[in-house]
Design a protein around this ligand. Structure first.
Ligand SMILES: [Zn+2]
Length: 313
């Protein structure tokens, strides 16, 4: 697949984290403002060498290093602009971006209004792009913390906020206790997305399907082993946001050849292709489509995936 052929087809990106999408140069510029940051003064290659695959916990540690680089309204504006410029470069005309303001606001004592103003100023520079945001809350921080984050964001709810998500998690963390959050988000008019079937099994996917109007599943790899569940996803048109490089980098999938993308497609499960945290995984949307092609997905099928993603506009 040639990049130019790929770029010319209008498409969506529906799963990318604002705090995981820096360019290397932006990360180094931000680290340059923080003398005590471990990335301060590194050469680009030296920073890239530090971003190494491992397990999920190791990834979260790296993610938090980058997370702490964003402090001011201007920082949020710049990374939003960088991401929008990358969307344009990839032929993306519609995007849903996850952001995780909970730790900024509750632990690092930053101003949520500043974060929102920064994002909004960034979006204003790209009037032709349609971009909305999904509030991502961190399961490992517990229900009260997540609930407070949701309340704070709803108290400053912006027009570009379209969804609510939960992320992080552990294999043994059950979704039941978090259901009131989904209910509250749904009442506020937000679409529901969840990182489930990534580090956990299929129970949490089932819990959300039974109790909420789940819109899409992030990763959902575990679902592929359960034929009945895949049929349900197909029949209810709950899409799986597939992020191939992410699953390799965080150890969710030990090998690309074991990834269930083809299984999902063969069973008619709706699928989108996405980058998740492209800075850490050293990828971009074109690379993700190339990986899907390597797994055996035909160009015609990839065109269907691109067209399908745009239906979420
Ligand atoms: Zn994600």
């Amino acid at each position: 697949m040639h990049f130019e052929t790929f770029r010319q087809v209008a498409k969506a990106e529906l799963h990318v984290h604002l705090e995981g999408s820096f360019s290397v140069n932006r990360a180094l510029a931000l680290a340059g403002e923080k003398p005590d940051h471990p990335w301060n003064g590194l050469a680009p290659q030296a920073l890239e060498r530090r971003l190494v695959p491992g397990n999920f916990e190791q990834f979260i540690e790296q993610f938090m290093l980058g997370y702490r680089l964003l402090k001011t309204k201007e920082h949020f504006q710049k990374v939003t602009e960088d991401l929008c410029a990358e969307f344009e470069r990839q032929g993306v005309i519609y995007a849903e971006v996850l952001y995780s303001p909970g730790v900024y606001v509750q632990k690092l004592h930053r101003d949520l209004v500043d974060i929102h103003e920064g994002i909004e100023a960034g979006l204003r520079q790209f009037p032709k792009l349609r971009v909305s945001f999904i509030l991502d809350t961190v399961l490992n921080l517990g229900y009260p913390f997540m609930n407070k984050t949701l309340e704070l964001v709803l108290a400053d709810q912006r027009a570009w906020l379209s969804g609510f998500s939960v992320g992080g998690g552990r294999p043994d963390l059950a979704m039941d206790e978090f259901l009131p959050l989904f209910e509250q988000a749904q009442k506020a008019g937000l679409q529901l997305v969840a990182h489930v079937g990534e580090v956990d099994g299929t129970d949490n996917i089932r819990t959300l399907l039974e109790n909420t109007d789940l819109h899409r599943i992030a990763h959902g790899c575990a679902a592929a082993d359960d034929l009945a569940l895949c049929r349900e996803l197909r029949d209810r048109q709950v899409a799986v946001d597939v992020c191939l490089s992410s699953n390799l980098f965080t150890g969710v999938m030990p090998d690309l050849s074991l990834h269930p993308l083809m299984t999902f497609l063969e069973l008619g499960v709706p699928v989108t292709l996405n980058t998740d945290d492209p800075f850490y995984f050293k990828t971009n949307l074109y690379e993700e489509y190339c990986l899907a092609e390597k797994l055996g997905v035909s160009w015609d099928k990839l065109l269907e995936v691109m067209a399908y993603g745009l239906e979420f506009r």
